[in-house]
Design a protein around this ligand. Sequence first.
Ligand code: SAM
Length: 177
Amino acid sequence: MQDRPPVTVLRLGHRPGRDERMTTHVGLTARALGADRVVLANDGASRRDTIEDITDRFGGPFAVEETERPIDRIEAFDGVVVHLTMYGLPVQDVEAEIRDAHETDPVLVVVGAEKVPWDVYEHAEYNVGVTNQPHSEVASLAVFLDRLFEGAELDREWEDAERRVVPQEAGKRVDET
Ligand code: SAM
C-alpha cells in the first residue's frame, strides 16, 4: 500500500442539495479505502470540512483539495486516468491491467454526479463499469479501490489519529490516543 504511486479520487460535479452527503461520502470512502487524496469540484461552496475533520480525528495521511475546473485536473494528470461509469468495461476484465500500470504510475479515479461530459470518456485511459447497472459513485468507488489494492487497504495503519476504534464482537470501544 505505502510503496506505490499515489491514488487520487476526483469527484466531478455536485448537485446542490441532492449531493451534499454523497460528495462527503465520496471523500470518506476514498480515505477509508486507501486513496491518498480526494479532489472535489467547488462550485462556490466548500465541502471539505467533514472529510478533514474525520482525518484529524481518525488519522491519515489523506489530503482534500478543491477545484473550480475539475476537467483541467484530468487533462493535466500525469498517470493513468480511470473513469468509473456504468457504460465502461467490466472491472473484472481490466483490473489486472490497471494494477500493473499502478506499479509505476499514479492513478486518478474519476467519479461523476450528474451527466458526465463526453471529454471525460475520451481522456480516460480506462472507462470502467462496476457492473453495467446504474447505481452510485460511492459504491463503484469502494469496489474499484478494493480491487485495485486487492484488499490490502483493509489492513492499513493510520498515522496521527486522536481516536482509534478497537473492534468489538459487540458494543463500541473508541480509545483516545
Ligand atoms: N447519469 C450519469 C451519467 O450519465 O454518467 C451518471 C449518474 S450516477 C448517479 C453518478 C456516478 O456514479 C457516475 O458518474 C459513475 O461515476 C458512478 N456509477 C454509477 N453506476 C456505476 C457503475 N455501474 N459502474 C461504475 N460507476 C458507476
